[in-house]
Design a protein around this ligand. Sequence first.
Ligand code: FES
Length: 64
Amino acid sequence: MNDETEVLCYCSGTTTGQIRKLLDEGISDPERISRITGTLSGCGGCEFDLQALLDSHKTAATEN
Ligand code: FES
């Protein structure tokens, strides 16, 4: 999950790096991320991975 080029959502081809970029811009609402990237718009199989990424971002934000 730390590889920026790793595909997180196979239905839309969204990579971990793309999601991280949105998080860095302050966009952390899954629905918004879904609208922008297409994540979660297909099979929904990436939901867990997306949530894990959002959680780790939240944790990192609290630590800083
Ligand atoms: S892998 Fe993301 S919607 Fe299917």
